[in-house]
Ligand binder design. Sequence first.
Ligand SMILES: Nc1nc2c(c(=O)[nH]1)N[C@H]1C(S)=C(S)[C@@H](COP(=O)(O)O)O[C@H]1N2
Ligand SMILES: [Mo]
Length: 334
Amino acid sequence: MLFKKNPPLTEADVTPEAIYKARRQFMKGSLALGASTLVPSFAQAKPTQIAADETLSQARPGWLNQQIAGATPNQMAISEELTPFQDTISYNNFYEFGYQKTDPARNSGSFNPFPWQLEVSGEVDKPTTFNLEDLLSKVTLEERIYRLRCVEAWSMVIPWIGFPLAQLLTQVKPNSRAKYVKFTSVLRPEQMPGQASAFATIDWPYVEGLRMDEAMHSLTIMAVGLYGKPLPNQNGAPLRLVVPWKYGFKSIKSVVKIELTEQQPLNTWQQIAPQEYGFYANVNPAVDHPRWSQKKERRLPSGLFRPNIIPTQLYNGYSEVADLYRGMNLKANF
Ligand SMILES: Nc1nc2c(c(=O)[nH]1)N[C@H]1C(S)=C(S)[C@@H](COP(=O)(O)O)O[C@H]1N2
Ligand SMILES: [Mo]
């Protein structure tokens, strides 16, 4: 049984208080940042940068800073405003550090992601354990400005720095039995208070999965940075998945293992509440969550006087992935 003593705490159970806290932060944030973060980045010649005085105190190795500085700027046009850096790093879901939206920023200070290794194994001809530094020398980093839509019905627009997952998977040579990809987050209860907590409903480590064709899709990236900087701990340092057409819980953070499998893997939220969270989790306004509508979303920053409620788009606006699901019943495969 996966539940330890408590009934499942689902993502939306923590939302109302978090919204209230976030509003106050947005108000502070918008005063401090002014309009500087709202410049559409496709118009810029370098990856979207935060101002120098907003850098994080989390120290990062020089090789990583260098790799990220050399990333190709965003090539995909997006006309929406970026979510301010401060909101991106202070309103998070990362249950390893606690259940409140402000917990990851507050409780992740002693998490040290360096050095980092990534094991890639399973149905492959060349199972490999990569040092992050070596891995980054074998891929091409680029900026991707993507919408991130949480299943709780809020969303952001984030300038990630990363590389296509396909560039990594082809290196290990998947065999003919490789049908799915399973991802596993780091297990470090001594640095992650949410994992150490006796009240955890999650059976750690956090796990996720994709179908092989989803994993190989050019929109699917492994991110190592955002806003032109290495990933902050609260956003999944040093390496996380980003799948922009799926609900945010698919975009697993702080990945230590990738396994190619023949069978469809379970994911953490599906294990906790299978009637509410599925394997596919494609953003879809026509398929409601059993406890709330998915027709609209709250685009951050949102506040009392500017709630910023917008319609949800099928596949979060990434209609080019529709081919992956032709002929599939999207309500049954939620
Ligand atoms: N390991 C791990 N990955 C995770 C989560 C988590 O709790 N643990 N939360 C997910 C959810 S629900 C969302 S919405 C996104 C949030 O990413 P962000 O905090 O960088 O915006 O991370 C996803 N990845
Ligand atoms: Mo989420």
